[in-house]
Structures are given as C-alpha cells and as structure tokens.
Design a protein around this ligand. Structure first.
Ligand SMILES: C[S@@+](CC[C@H](N)C(=O)[O-])C[C@H]1O[C@@H](n2cnc3c(N)ncnc32)[C@H](O)[C@@H]1O
Length: 364
C-alpha cells in the first residue's frame, strides 16, 4: 500500500523539540549579529567620526516593533515548513563552512571600507576588474562592498554580511517567496513537475535558488545575474545538491536571454532597491515577457516609506549608512503601478520583518 505520510508532519514531541532547536538557532544568530554590528559600528565611528552624524536613533517603540516582526517572520518560516511548503531541514541551513572560512575576512575588510569612507569613494574597483559593458548605475560599491559585485572576494563575503545586517534572518526573508510561487503553480497542475520552469532574476550567490530547489525538487531552475563572480559562487553552492543544476546566465535583467512566455514562476529578491526607476520598469517588463500566461512573479525587497511610519527613521538610516544610491527613490516608488503598467495583475502585497513582497500574475 502506498504511504500518504508527509515527512514534515512530525510527532508532537519531536515537533516541539525541533521548534525549540529552530528558535534557539535563530536566537543565537540574532545575538551574534547584534554583537557584531555593535562592535563594527563602534569601530567605524571611531575611525570615520563624520559617520556618527548621518543617522538618527530609533525610538524604543520602533525597536520593539522590529523585534516583534522578526519573531513573527520566524514563526511564519516555521509554519510554512510545517505545512510542507519546504522541508524542515531548510530552516537549519547555516552556511557554517563559509562562516568559518570567511568571517575573519569580514573584519579584515573593514579598514578598506573606512579608508574609502574617509576619501568619500563609492565607485572604487581593483585595477584588474573589467568594468566595460556594465550599466553605469551598477558600477557602485553598494553597501560599501569592496569591488562592488565584481570580485570573488566580494562574493565570498556577501552572504555573511547580508545575514549579519538582517540579524540572521536573510534566508527566512528570501523564503517568503516560496509559498506564493507554490500556490501560483496550482494553475499548471496538469504540467508534470519536471516540465515546470522557474527563474530567479539577480540570483546573486544562489541562496534563493537553493530554496527554490528544496521546494521544487524536480523543476528546471534558471538564474540570471550581472556579476560573473557571484554566479561562480552560486554555481559552487548549487553544485552541493545532487539534483539537476540550475542554468545560470550572465545577463542584464533589463534584457533577459530567455524566450517569451517561458517560465511558470519568476522571482526577484533584493534587486529593486539597487536600480534606478527606469531600470526597475525595464526589469518588470522583461519579467512579464518571459512569464507564461497564468504564471506568477514575486518580488521581495526592502519595505517602503508608506508601509510603517514607525520604520521611517530606520529606512533613512539604511540609505545614509550604506551606500545605496537608489534606495531613497525606491522607498517612494509605486511598484504596484509599475507591475500593472507591464501587464501583470497584482494578487497581493505582504510585509515580513523589514521586507516587502509583491505577488503578481500574468493574465491568461
Ligand atoms: C543585493 S544583491 C541580491 C542578490 C540575491 N538575489 C540575494 O537574495 O542575495 C543584488 C544582485 O543583483 C545583481 N544585479 C544588479 N543589477 C542587475 C541587473 N541589471 N541585471 C542582473 N543582475 C543585477 C547584482 O549583481 C547582485 O548579485
């Protein structure tokens, strides 16, 4: 007789233990990130004293709200695993080997960042880096990243730096795209799982594709990014999974190398705040072109000014502290309008911790 048991439906006892382990894991990452940021901010303010004047302190209410929304995000992450959107093991994915190998480099990189900050240099790249052919908006040291997105050492540090910035929940935020994509695939229930095609735009080092692979083990996955170094890193990460490798392409998301009406689902995580307005529209138009009628497009990015007044100071601090030249424009942009202009129907928007999600559908 065929078993109908769901591996995620654990017995109540082991369920409680696993949940406690998950909460402990998240708590450890939160305390570690907080300590790391406190020490590194203190050092940065000491070596670059002008930095102290560019941010404002968060109110106790905002800090409390932030803590609450982080904990709600972890609860939803747990619930989605329980419902079987993705396997519970995914919650414990920790990139520990990368942490052990590259965490010291995160500290060693700080003096380079201070020196660029003192000289007010925000478009600085090592001499051997090829800069030709990239859009000018891209050639930036986004979040003061040494070599921007264009070196292997930047790619090695990126995941650690993002997770420290987001208090250990960067992957939990990325995973919020998975349930809407899975829901959207119900439109294609007659299509065999191995014929489903999903694209992650601006896939970076591949962490979202890793989540997509855990959620859609048989689907054909595709990723696009402008950084050859980040694609190399993604290839390394995704090769650890014995299943079919995603097809990675070096391309501008404004001009995707895929045919019209090709993908059943398309995602794009943490890209839009790093694009000027015209490129945001162009990327959305391209995502519309490559999505099949009935297919789903999910964007995950920073929350915006209109979402929570309590977080206005935090959003302004983010633009001021990190080099994010398009973030101020992005937090005022109307992405709903842009999606509809491209032809999408907006299904819903969601907020989780400091991220916002737009779930859109291409009409059939
Ligand atoms: C903040 S990172 C996000 C990466 C990844 N999605 C994640 O979740 O970590 C932004 C990524 O967008 C890529 N990118 C920026 N502009 C792009 C463009 N016009 N076309 C393709 N990729 C782009 C960068 O190379 C970088 O990998």
């Amino acid at each position: 007789m065929q078993s109908t048991s769901n591996p995620n439906l654990l017995s109540p006892f082991s369920d409680t233990l696993t949940k406690l382990a998950y909460q402990g894991f998240q708590q450890t990452k939160s305390v570690f990130s907080f300590t790391h940021k406190t020490i590194s901010d203190h050092l940065t303010n000491t070596f670059v004293p002008t930095r102290q004047d560019i941010t404002s302190p968060l109110s106790p209410e905002s800090l409390l709200k932030l803590q609450e929304s982080r904990s709600q995000l972890c609860d939803i992450d747990w619930e989605d695993a329980q419902k079987g959107v993705y396997p519970v093991e995914v919650l414990f994915d920790s990139f520990l080997p990368d942490f052990l190998r590259y965490y010291p480099e995160v500290w060693l990189d700080l003096p380079k960042i201070w020196s660029r900050l003192q000289r007010k240099e925000y478009q600085s790249f090592a001499d051997n880096i090829e800069k030709e052919g990239y859009p000018s908006y891209y050639l930036q040291n986004f979040h003061h990243q040494t070599d921007g997105y264009l070196s292997d050492s930047s790619a090695n540090l990126y995941d650690l730096q993002v997770d420290l910035l987001f208090n250990g929940v960067a992957d939990s935020m990325r995973r919020r795209i998975l349930a809407p994509l899975k829901e959207g695939l119900k439109t294609f229930s007659s299509v065999p799982a191995y014929q489903i095609k999903m694209l992650d735009v601006a896939c970076g080092t591949g962490r979202t594709l890793k989540g997509l692979r855990a959620t859609f083990p048989k689907a054909s996955l595709f990723g696009v990014d402008l950084s050859p170094a980040y694609l190399r890193k993604a290839n390394q990460l995704l090769s650890e999974n014995p299943r079919e490798l995603p097809q990675l392409s070096h391309a501008n998301a404004e001009d995707l190398p895929h045919p019209d009406n090709f993908f059943h689902g398309v995602s794009c995580v943490f890209l839009f705040h790093e694009l000027p307005g015209f490129a945001r529209q162009q990327v959305i138009d391209e995502c519309f072109r490559v999505t099949k009628p009935g297919g789903t497009f999910v964007i995950c990015d920073s929350m915006q000014l209109s979402d929570f007044v309590e977080f206005e100071v935090m959003l302004n601090n983010f633009s001021a502290m990190f080099h994010e030249p398009y973030h101020q424009d992005y937090i005022r942009d109307n992405l709903e309008e842009r999606l509809e202009k491209a032809g999408f129907e907006l299904v819903e928007t969601q907020l989780h911790f400091v991220s916002k999600y737009w779930i859109a559908r291409k009409p059939e």
